[in-house]
Design a protein around this ligand. Structure first.
Ligand code: ADP
Ligand code: MG
Length: 340
């Protein structure tokens, strides 16, 4: 017994050292609150994390960069770039790109084409950001319309995508939602609370340190940027707003904005100024918010009821409509407008 004691002691000491080292490796320094701002996909990305380990913000930016390289229309060599430049030949893409396109096609079918990623040849004719107020002539616009048809995207085996020559895709109405989902998934077990925002795509996880739900603002369509007319209180959900005030210009008294109606290739002239969708899937919420703008109030509400989609619609004349089927969120108006 006395002979074995020293080796047992050494073994215990070694175990203790290993446990301390292991503990250190698994538990990096956490901080009560970390915030960061990045710029990806042509938009501002912000993240606020509660009790997250060191390096988490950098992991978010790394993911954003990876997805930008995969899904950007303009970055040479991205999956979208290769699909758009394949001249009708099949292209092997990342399984994630394939999955986004699968869901995009589904949502396009469900919305009767109001959402169409093949809108790309038309979005390319407009510029809502650079101040040039570029827009197509009627002739150019009408010539591009037959190229808009998501059902023509062929998704083959082994992650292949084939697009008829001349057609192009633009994931601007769905990619940020997909990325928000993936980043949120990565953060779920890392932080006690998360507010992630990719442009109009917000994902919130957990709760604030005081136990309260998060408030996500709904922009006042007639107000200055950042002026909200209502807040959506929620947790563990995505809140996505598409608005006609986002990227737009006024020419000869007409407002031109970045959500195009695939039927005529013009900025949607529906009665909606914004559509906010609350859902577990930010990808779905993103695509559906865009689709709702095109559909207009009546059809959007019918769609939401039929498919159990929850959210808030604001018309151009400032009426507010809500469709809610669960306790997931609470809508609090900050202006004196009744909710219908
Ligand atoms: P944002 O990009 O400002 O968050 P949306 O999610 O509403 O706004 O998406 C608008 C973007 O989607 C446009 O900038 C364009 O790239 C693309 N797009 C425009 N109209 C449509 C449409 N009818 N269907 C699918 N995508 C569209
Ligand atoms: Mg969208």
């Amino acid at each position: 017994m006395s002979k074995r004691t020293p080796s047992l002691m050494r073994l215990l000491a070694l175990l203790a050292v290993l446990m301390v080292l292991g503990g250190c490796a698994q538990k990096p320094v956490t901080e009560p609150k970390r915030s960061g701002v990045g710029f990806y996909f042509d938009t501002v990305v912000t993240a606020t994390l509660y009790d997250a380990p060191e390096g988490t913000l950098d992991q978010i930016w790394a993911e954003c960069e990876r997805y930008e390289k995969l899904l950007s229309k303009t970055i040479k060599g991205s999956d979208v770039y290769r699909i758009n430049n394949a001249g009708g030949q099949p292209v092997t893409v990342d399984p994630e790109t394939w999955e986004i396109l699968r869901r995009a096609k589904e949502i396009s079918r469900m919305t009767g084409g109001a959402f169409s990623v093949t809108i790309a040849p038309l979005t390319a004719m407009w510029d809502f950001t650079d101040g040039t107020q570029r827009m197509p002539t009627d002739e150019q616009r009408l010539a591009a319309l037959p190229l808009v048809d998501d059902s023509a995207i062929i998704l083959g085996e082994n992650n292949t995508v084939t697009l008829p020559a001349g057609m192009e895709i633009d994931l601007g109405g769905i990619a940020k939602g997909y990325i928000a989902d993936k980043v949120a998934e990565m953060l779920r077990d890392k932080a006690s609370g998360v507010i992630l925002s990719l442009g109009g795509n917000v994902y919130v996880l957990g709760r604030k340190p005081d136990g309260a739900a998060y408030n996500v603002g709904i922009q006042d369509p007639d107000g200055k940027s950042g002026e909200v007319m209502a807040v959506v209180s929620t947790t563990d959900s995505s809140v996505v707003t598409s608005g006609i005030y986002e990227r737009q210009f006024v020419k000869d008294g007409t407002l031109y904005h970045h959500i195009l109606d695939p039927v005529d290739g013009l900025p949607s002239r529906s009665d909606l100024a914004s559509a906010t969708i609350v859902a577990a899937s930010s990808m779905d919420a993103d695509a559906l918010a865009t689709a709702c703008i095109v559909l207009g109030r009546e059809e959007a509400l019918r769609f939401m009821r039929e498919h159990g989609v929850e959210g808030v619609l604001v018309t151009r004349d400032r009426q507010v409509y809500k469709h809610q089927t669960s306790e997931t969120f609470q809508l609090n108006m900050l202006v004196d407008i009744p909710v219908q």
